[in-house]
Design a protein around this ligand. Structure first.
Ligand code: 0L1
Ligand code: MG
Length: 259
């Protein structure tokens, strides 16, 4: 695929996000879009957002659960980027800014040091992490009915849309992250629950994998970045009027209302 086509797909997906418009998956027309090219589209999309004055909070990992990987028929998770405008301040999610959002409970790593792959392990990540915080990710695929292939979702910045970051900070050594229990309730009813091990056996494994995937592109994890490790729970579709509450063992709660 030539550079101009890659840029035009990135522009198309960026406009769909900005105009809150769902679109047909890219691979319907561009049947030759493979994973490598999809990351090139994502790079262009990221560049467009940076040129528009947005800042990267950190990369994020997606498709880190066995269930999601099986569903997509893939063996490797994917990554995308969370930008400053995606971080919600306060406790309200505005439906009018989004297409068809879903919420999933995650943990985020606040990095104290740069981490340069390859050959990074979970131990390296834990040693380089300053704090762990709870997070709720709002994924909002730009594709109709979340209907996409792996290259489509990579090109679409791994469905990144919004994130609520919790205020409880814990040192990684204070937690057993694989045993971290989480419940996700909507309107007072527990809809999803899970433990940190849902993320590749241990959330630090996902961040290590991220460092090694970024290294293939000559990139690294940077000190100060806040990185979503992947979903501990399944993703739940949101409706205006919903009240969302997530409880994280030892990491407090995150509550918000969908307006
Ligand atoms: O953060 C994620 O795991 C999202 C990956 C994309 C899959 C989806 O939109 O469901
Ligand atoms: Mg996620």
């Amino acid at each position: 695929m030539d550079k101009a086509t890659i840029k035009s797909i990135a522009q198309f997906l960026n406009s769909a996000e900005l105009e809150k418009r769902e679109v047909v998956k890219i691979t319907k027309e561009h049947t030759d879009l493979d994973v490598e090219t999809a990351y090139e589209v994502q790079e262009q999309l990221v560049l467009m957002k940076l040129e528009a004055g947005n800042e990267i909070i950190g990369p994020k990992m997606g498709l880190t659960s066995q269930a999601k990987m099986k569903q997509m028929g893939v063996e490797e998770p994917i990554y995308g980027y969370v930008f400053d405008y995606m971080v919600v301040n306060g406790d309200q999610l505005s439906m009018s800014e989004l297409i068809h959002p879903k919420v999933e409970a995650e943990v985020a790593f606040i990095m104290g040091r740069d981490v340069q792959g390859p050959n990074i392990t979970a131990e390296d990540i834990l040693a380089a992490t300053e704090y762990i915080i709870p997070a709720l990710e709002i994924i909002d695929s730009r594709y109709e009915n979340f209907n996409f292939t792996l290259p489509d979702v990579i090109a679409d910045n791994a469905s990144s849309s919004r994130v609520f970051l919790g205020t409880t900070l814990r040192r990684p050594q204070e937690l057993e992250l694989d045993l971290l229990g989480v419940t996700l309730s909507i309107n007072g009813e527990i809809r999803e629950l899970g433990a940190g091990a849902a993320i590749l056996g241990h959330p630090a494994n996902a961040i290590a994998m991220l460092a090694n995937m970024l290294a293939r592109k000559g990139l690294k994890i940077k000190a100060g970045q806040t990185i979503l490790a992947g979903a501990i729970t399944g993703a739940v579709m949101l409706q205006a009027g919903d009240t969302v509450s997530a409880k994280f063992d030892g990491l407090g709660t995150i509550d918000f209302k969908v307006k």
